[in-house]
Design a protein around this ligand. Sequence first.
Ligand SMILES: Nc1ncnc2c1ncn2[C@@H]1O[C@H](COP(=O)(O)OP(=O)(O)O)[C@@H](O)[C@H]1O
Ligand SMILES: [Mg+2]
Length: 361
Amino acid sequence: MLQLNNISFIQFKNYLQQQFIFEQKVIGICGNNGTGKTNLLDAIYYLSFTKSYFSTTDAQNVYHGKMGMRIEGNYSTNNNEATQLVCIFRENNKKEFLQNNEIIKKFSEHIGRYPCVMIAPDDTELLIGSSELRRKYIDTIISQLNKQYLLYLIDYTKLLQQRNSLLKQAAETNNLNEDLLSIIDKQLSDKATFIYQTRKNFFNSYLTLTLEYYKKIAESTDDIFLNYLSPLHHQSMQELLKNSLQKDIVLQRTSSGIHKDDIDVTMNQSSFKTTASQGQRKSLLFALKLAEWQTLKTNKGFAPILLLDDVFEKLDSKRMYNLLQWVCKEDDGQVFITDTHKDRLQQTLEKADITFQLIEL
Ligand SMILES: Nc1ncnc2c1ncn2[C@@H]1O[C@H](COP(=O)(O)OP(=O)(O)O)[C@@H](O)[C@H]1O
Ligand SMILES: [Mg+2]
């Protein structure tokens, strides 16, 4: 069980000083544009991931003109145990995270303990934007499920930087340190092999869930398929690095590896990006996110916190009703839903026969 009972801010985004108390599992948040609905959801995300959902720096999250900020959340976890999480971004630009007053030394250890899933307006970028977005997305899910994965991913990124520096150095000095390269390549390969295997295993079950949710949301038989693309399907990372070495020397960076993996989405055998309608994009986005929610729930044994930002703008009332039926069941976790229209939010929740709390900003 995971439930956020209250959250308080000091100088977080548009909140100078504020506390919110959450007394229900389903919390509707309404208010006009710019009143801080998304910021409130982002703060909840922040406590789970030690960073903003949006790719902003910590400093950008400090109330304009002020120095430092603080977010505090009090949770009930298993057996009604109380847990306090505090994030402090100090005036000297240092970030501290505390769990029950104890400093969390490695943020990587925190990831996955308080799982949460955000669905936000611009998320369809995930389907049409760069491959980096999709890798980050998948990495964020797996990192919450598998500690080793996150650690190896961090190692891989560091090793990649070392290899790239070495390649740059080689270009400058006309002399490649082959001994060091072979040590780095060996380590890179070990990490890459593990990351690849984990992604592949994860992807199999995730794909099935996503397609099931798509059918339910879109109420259609569109022939959607997601394909995990990786050069490691065909050769080992060692071979890959060896084969691309000449090219890498010229480019002065590592041109191939699992840092180039992608997910290819097709519909009726052609590119989803170019053929899907707005509605189909929205349906697939929700399917991906709900599959994430479901995967975390199954794996953790309790539901992650679900953050639904402006989803009424994206789903018609029937789909919204269905969605609420799936995620707001008795035994499920907490759901936060924002909307600019109070009446719409209230009526939809009432119609779905859900007990909820309404916060007006
Ligand atoms: N660092 C900051 N300091 C002060 N205000 C901020 C900061 N970051 C964002 N805001 C303000 O927060 C408001 C947007 O909040 P947001 O949560 O996106 O609103 P909503 O989702 O309700 O439309 C804007 O008015 C913006 O200027
Ligand atoms: Mg918003």
